[in-house]
Design a protein around this ligand. Structure first.
Ligand code: UT7
Length: 341
């Protein structure tokens, strides 16, 4: 037994079966939208955005660049790191709130783009928590020996549902994608635990009212701007701190781990102040917290997937390190995962 864990049951390791992340990759569109650009679009300032959120710039996908394109780019990079070919992929799960279209699933479009003809494919909609939800779902297929190789992707084109005249929201979001390959690797530990939660009573805090069965697209719905994301920022902030703190605590408790044992905490990149408050409440040091929202803003389901890739490729995480992912988003939804890298 690894001396790091007091309780062997905390480890997802059944008869030698583990669920490891064997490759990660990300993709960010080329266009950079800085706070200075936004100052020319709405009544805001670099000073306000920086002090209230920590964001300095975000990426914006081209008009003809869609969620499935960004997802496919990230997927190819993760496959390359894992040494996996398209034929080996059994299942593709895409977490997104900005699919290319309401149906078919963006995962099916990715399947075609990367040539993974053997793979089953579906989307998961858990907003900013989507990547952890998708990881947990993928893990179940690996641990049950149903499948050997699962591709999990978080991808968003949030610029397509952003009201570029609303300063309350347009400064916050960005586009991008992150991907991970899940496989069993004997001798390694991988995903140790994943926590998921939701509170539908607070579904109105972040939502897009139009485009579903309740309010299908019409001339009136477009005129009323119902196809844009809406958020009660202040209430969302409070809920985010609570939910991320409790999800992280629960994940650590299940593994009987103290926060000091975690090398790197990768929180959902929504707001620097949320990250700092959650980190402080958990008793983490600033060095443990991975932050890249200054460059990319809030990319929803892609957020922790992109950050995980950057943490790995920049050398912040090495094999054997313990890492904690913690997320929060519309739904409300939340989640946390502990991984031995
Ligand atoms: O990914 C899903 C999860 N999302 C989140 O976790 C987001 C959580 N919420 C937040 O990050 C923050 O609440 C915001 C960054 C959205 C807002 O920060 P805040 O400190 O909560 O500001 P506020 O909404 O209380 O607004 C304060 C003031 C208001 O003006 P008055 O009413 O005090 O005169 C806003 O109108 O700031 C104003 N304001 C702005 N001013 C300049 C709002 N947006 C802007 C802006 N530029 N872009």
């Amino acid at each position: 037994m690894s001396p790091k864990f007091k309780n062997p049951r905390a480890r997802f390791n059944f008869q030698g079966r583990t669920c490891s992340i064997t490759g990660v990759g990300s993709y960010l569109p080329a266009k950079i939208l800085t706070n200075a650009h936004l100052e020319k679009m709405v009544d805001t300032s670099d000073e306000w955005i920086t002090t209230r959120t920590g964001i300095k710039s975000r990426r914006q996908a081209a008009k003809d660049e869609f969620t499935s394109d960004m997802a496919a780019h990230a997927a190819r990079r993760a496959m390359k790191m894992a040494g996996v070919t398209a034929d080996q992929i059994d299942l593709i799960i895409v977490a997104t709130i900005t699919p290319d279209m309401p149906f078919p699933a963006t995962a099916c479009l990715v399947q075609q783009k990367i040539g993974a003809r053997r793979a089953a494919a579906f989307d998961v909609e858990a907003a900013c928590s989507g990547f952890i939800y998708a990881l947990e779902i993928g893990q179940q297929f690996i641990m049950s020996r149903t499948l050997d190789t699962v591709l999990v992707i978080g991808a968003e084109k949030l610029s397509s549902i952003t009201d570029w005249t609303d300063r309350n929201t347009c400064v916050l979001f960005g586009d991008g994608a992150g991907a991970a390959i899940l496989q069993s690797r004997p001798g390694s530990h991988g995903l140790l635990t994943a926590v998921m939660g939701a509170d539908g009573a607070k579904s109105n805090l972040i939502h897009m009212p139009g485009g579903g069965s309740r309010c299908p697209a019409s001339v009136d719905s477009v005129a009323a701007k119902l196809h844009y994301l809406r958020m009660d920022g202040r209430e969302t902030f409070k809920s985010a701190v609570q939910a991320m703190y409790h999800a992280a605590q629960e994940a650590l408790r299940r593994c009987e781990l103290d926060i000091s044992k975690i090398k790197c905490i990768i929180p959902h990149q929504a707001n620097r102040r949320i990250i700092d408050v959650v980190g402080e409440r958990l008793g983490a040091t600033p060095e443990q917290l991975f932050v890249n929202l200054d460059k990319y803003g809030n990319t929803s389901a892609a957020s922790v997937a992109i950050a995980l890739d950057e943490a790995v490729t920049s050398g912040k995480i090495s094999r054997g390190d313990l890492i904690l992912l913690v997320v929060f988003g519309s739904g409300l939804t939340w989640g946390a995962a502990v991984i031995e890298w």
